[in-house]
Design a protein around this ligand. Structure first.
Ligand SMILES: Nc1nc2c(ncn2[C@@H]2O[C@H](COP(=O)(O)OP(=O)(O)OP(=O)(O)O)[C@@H](O)[C@H]2O)c(=O)[nH]1
Ligand SMILES: [Mg+2]
Length: 180
């Protein structure tokens, strides 16, 4: 089995991670004829426009934690990151078995939880041992309205690079909805 390229898609809430994961994956498989696999690491995801080959929600969901432990959405999200960390070996084993040229990894909306908890760095470190790993950090282009906005986005992507310790590409997304 050949080694895969892992692309970890990150970005602030609503920056278009899930939509881009699905659209980029379709383009890669249909136009580039690449073998694509999808990993969802967002335990809070409701609907996904792609079919995940490995899904965090098989291990933990934010909804179940809220119901079973009486937690609010943020408390449940923090707890779900801990649960993912505990199942990390199992999840990574599944990811390692994927036969794909490129594995697209969709991450939680609350980027800071994934980054500042152990879970994000632990996953990227382990993926990087298995194949070339790159982080793609998306920003809603509507937020880059001035040089200071743009500098802030660059700083956020630097934080991603420092935490995940893999090459990081920052990209302005939702270009069609940007207003002058
Ligand atoms: N106009 C426009 N809307 C987009 C684009 N990409 C995503 N959206 C919309 O933006 C919203 C958020 O998109 P998602 O793909 O769910 O974003 P996300 O970063 O995965 O969101 P969370 O996981 O909740 O943080 C949805 O309503 C999408 O339809 C785009 O390129 N252009
Ligand atoms: Mg999403």
């Amino acid at each position: 089995m050949g080694r895969s390229l892992y692309l970890i898609v990150l970005g602030p809430a609503g920056s278009g991670k899930t939509t881009l994961t699905a659209a980029f994956g379709s383009w890669l498989s249909e136009v580039q004829e690449a073998r694509v696999a999808y990993v969802n690491l967002d335990p809070g995801a409701d609907y996904l426009p792609y079919k995940p080959d490995v899904d965090a929600r098989d291990y933990v969901t934010v909804e179940a934690l809220m119901r079973e432990k009486g937690l609010g959405p943020n408390g449940a999200l923090v707890e779900s990151m801990q649960a993912l960390c505990e199942r990390e070996t199992e999840i990574l084993e599944k990811v390692s078995r994927l036969e794909a040229d490129i594995v697209l990894v969709d991450t939680p909306g609350q980027m800071e939880l994934f980054l500042f908890h152990d879970v994000g760095p632990a996953f990227s470190r382990e993926l990087a041992k298995r194949g070339a790993t790159v982080a793609l950090v998306l920003f809603d282009s509507g937020l880059a309205k001035s040089p200071s906005h743009f500098a802030t986005l660059r700083l956020i992507s630097l934080v991603v690079q420092l935490r995940l310790d893999v090459p990081t590409v920052a990209a302005l997304n939702k270009g069609d909805s940007a207003r002058p």
